[in-house]
Design a protein around this ligand. Structure first.
Ligand SMILES: Nc1nc2c(ncn2[C@@H]2O[C@H](COP(=O)(O)OP(=O)(O)OP(=O)(O)O)[C@@H](O)[C@H]2O)c(=O)[nH]1
Ligand SMILES: [Mg+2]
Length: 421
């Protein structure tokens, strides 16, 4: 299969369009982010082009004249790669490839997929990424994708092998896609079995933009040793740890893959099993990088992705992280006003983590229940389980057994009641 990887230190020219509700400043900020993404993938950015457009051109996104100019500029700057911030249709990629000859053309989705491919470690992540990549590739398969290309590596536009080869490749890809889907179903079933054991816990999922500090927060709260890196999409798998806030408030905390603007739909779809912990969580901690000028935009993106995975209605607690980096008083008060219920922390410096735990505890208490139980003396195991997991408000010893008034998470109480019936 083709290698989509960007060759290390390949020179890249970035292209962004100013169109619709995207103004110039926003377009530049999006290009800043695209540059970070491209750097993460290993490319070396040598220039940027922006173009104001009233109408997107179906052939080239930009006008034909501009397209030729961009290709010319890339050659002049010795760029092997042109990266578009906007997604290109398969036809647009094809047209550009014809124009650009041996300069590679990719769009934001292709770049994100490339990073995911480089960072995938577990069997699950690898399977999910490969599926998303092949689905992305299938409609874009043109005669430029050749065996030669495969050997040389990278995305490209070299002389073609003809339609027959494309048909063969398409068939191979379709077969592989259905095999990967089956494989993912299997992984999902395994997960289901594992997650059964977690049903009695209050489950909290860290959710946020990539690089917001989710894994750092995970480590600070749980003492876990999750991989942290100042790069985009450091985490692609889900890690789960138990965190005991106090005796009666125990949670399962999960850290997972981050989000980004325009996360490709097929990537989100194929990461469903990794994101299951988010879908099944009782509470989402929305981790935001308070030092980013794009924090409001990030919050919107997060909610869009959450909606896409059917987790848009979940209870949220907003965590403004990296407050140690916010020095400007004005920005600080603007943040507090906009995210008025947010908890401000620094995961790195372990600042105000108590406040965060208290916030979680308060939300848990809303879901707490107080019940009176009569437990026969023969049920010693249940009695001790109650004393470990629930808060005992009153206890009486009667002829039949122990009568207790207990308080705790509804899910735990449900479990105990189930055992008693
Ligand atoms: N100054 C400062 N830096 C932080 C803080 N929290 C995290 N960071 C840094 O931000 C970078 C990203 O942190 P991660 O924890 O890997 O972020 P993440 O959200 O897990 O990112 P992905 O897994 O890539 O989605 C690292 O360099 C961290 O050291 C903080 O409170 N203050
Ligand atoms: Mg992470």
């Amino acid at each position: 299969m083709e290698r989509l990887e960007i060759d290390h230190q390949e020179n890249a020219l970035l292209v962004g369009v100013i169109h619709g509700d995207i103004d110039e400043a926003t377009a530049y900020e999006h290009l800043d982010e695209l540059e970070l993404l491209a750097n993460t993938a290993g490319a070396n950015i040598i220039g940027r082009v922006t173009q104001k457009l009233n109408r997107l051109n179906p052939q080239f996104l930009v006008g034909k004249g501009k397209a030729e100019q961009i290709v010319g500029q890339a050659k002049e700057l010795n760029a092997q790669l042109i990266i578009f911030d906007d997604d290109l249709s398969p036809a647009q990629v094809k047209n550009f490839m014809n124009l650009a000859e041996d300069t590679k053309i990719i769009d934001r989705s292709g770049l994100i997929l490339d990073i995911f491919r480089q960072h995938a470690r577990s069997r699950e992540a690898k399977t999910q990424v490969e599926l998303a990549h092949l689905e992305y590739l299938l409609p874009r398969l043109t005669k430029q994708w050749t065996h030669l290309e495969r050997q040389m590596g990278g995305i490209g536009t070299r002389a073609g092998m003809g339609e027959t080869q494309i048909e063969i490749d398409r068939r191979l890809i379709r077969t592989r896609i259905s095999k990967l889907k089956k494989e993912l179903k299997k992984i999902e079933n395994e997960r289901e079995t594992q997650s059964k054991g977690r049903q009695n816990f209050f489950r909290v999922a860290l959710v946020g933009y990539t690089n917001a500090g989710k894994s750092t927060l995970m480590n600070s709260l749980s003492g876990a040793d999750v991989y942290i890196e100042d790069q985009l999409f450091a985490t692609l798998d889900t890690t789960i740890r138990q965190v005991d806030i106090n005796e009666s408030h125990q949670i399962l905390l999960s850290d997972t893959v981050g989000f980004v603007r325009k996360l490709p739909h097929n990537l989100v779809a194929s990461f469903r099993s990794t994101l299951k912990e988010v879908v099944e969580a009782d509470l989402l901690l929305i981790v935001l990088d308070a030092s980013s000028s794009q924090v409001v935009d990030h919050y919107k993106t997060i909610n869009e992705v959450l909606k896409e995975i059917d987790a848009g209605e979940k209870r949220q607690l907003i965590v403004l992280n990296k407050i140690d980096l916010v020095e400007d008083e004005q920005i600080f008060s603007r943040l507090k006003k906009y995210f008025n219920k947010a908890i401000l922390v620094s995961a790195l410096n372990k600042l105000r983590l108590d406040e965060l735990l208290k916030g979680i505890q308060n939300i848990m208490d809303e879901g707490f229940q107080t019940v009176e139980l009569n437990i026969p003396y023969t049920e010693g195991k249940i009695i001790s389980e109650i004393q470990v997991d629930l808060e005992v408000l009153e206890k009486d010893y009667t002829d039949e057994g122990v009568r207790m008034t207990v308080k705790g998470p509804k899910s735990k109480i449900r479990k105990i009641l189930g055992q008693l019936s």
